[in-house]
Design a protein. Structure first.
Length: 240
């Protein structure tokens, strides 16, 4: 497969061979590209950072190179090392996700990025450099530039959820009354047990914007800021 790669024609036949130069090049490429992804994640203070992404991508690349070496060009070897590597990465990445006390899933994007880097490592190990570069460019665009678009889309959605901390549970009815006066609809209310002994009444509330004018002129942030000015609310924020 790698011998038909356009990048090999540009680099030379050595890049597609399992020679010392070809192996070192794949290792260097795996470390270099994953370091860029890792720095992007670390810069945003995510749990999995530079070394994690490098080790995942490098390990996957090595697994693929081992499978290719064991195959010897016969096409009869089952790529068990590569399969085991991607399964292991899926397990590791799933364990990196946590549920916060505010009913939010933390680390989902980073977990998927770890898995994607594992697949990228396998592709590097296979010597499919054109696919590698295209996939790497797409991965960086998604991680670095689409976050703003995602926030904008969420902020313009008719539906959002809030984490609400009331000074007393008796104020919940007052909050619901205020919500309805603003032409907002409460779809679901769930008490948060993580704050049972905190002295606060804490809820996760799903809200739908019912007013067309409110949809047009007010963002979620502006609505939440207005609700936060109520005296009986200790804290309110959107659940992302």
């Amino acid at each position: 497969m790698s011998m038909n790669d356009p990048m090999i024609a540009l680099l030379g036949e050595w890049a597609g061979e399992m020679s010392a130069a070809g192996i070192l090049f794949r290792i260097a490429l795996a470390v270099g590209l994953s370091a860029i992804v890792g720095m992007e994640r670390a810069r945003k203070r995510h749990s999995a950072g530079l070394r994690t992404f490098i080790l995942i991508t490098l390990g996957s690349a090595i697994a693929m190179m081992l499978d290719i070496g064991l195959d010897g060009g016969n096409g009869q070897h089952m790529y068990l090392m590569s399969a085991a590597a991607i399964i292991a990465i899926a397990v590791i990445s799933s364990n990196s996700m946590v549920f916060s006390s505010r009913n939010q899933i933390k680390g989902l994007t980073t977990a998927v990025a770890m898995w994607a880097c594992g697949v990228l490592g396998l592709t590097i190990g296979a010597g499919c450099y054109t696919i590698v570069l295209a996939a790497f460019a797409a991965l960086m665009i998604i991680l670095s530039f689409l976050n703003g678009a995602e926030v904008w889309l969420k902020n313009r959605s008719n539906y959002f959820e809030v984490h609400l901390e009331l000074k007393d549970s008796h104020y919940l009815q007052d909050f619901i009354t205020t919500i309805r006066r603003l032409n907002l609809r409460v779809d679901d209310i769930e008490a948060n047990p993580a704050y049972l002994n905190s002295g606060l009444s804490v809820y996760s509330i799903a809200i739908t914007i019912g007013s067309e004018e409110l949809k047009k002129y007010k963002t979620h942030e502006e609505i939440i800021e207005a609700l936060g000015s109520l005296d009986y609310i200790y804290h309110i924020e959107e659940i992302n």
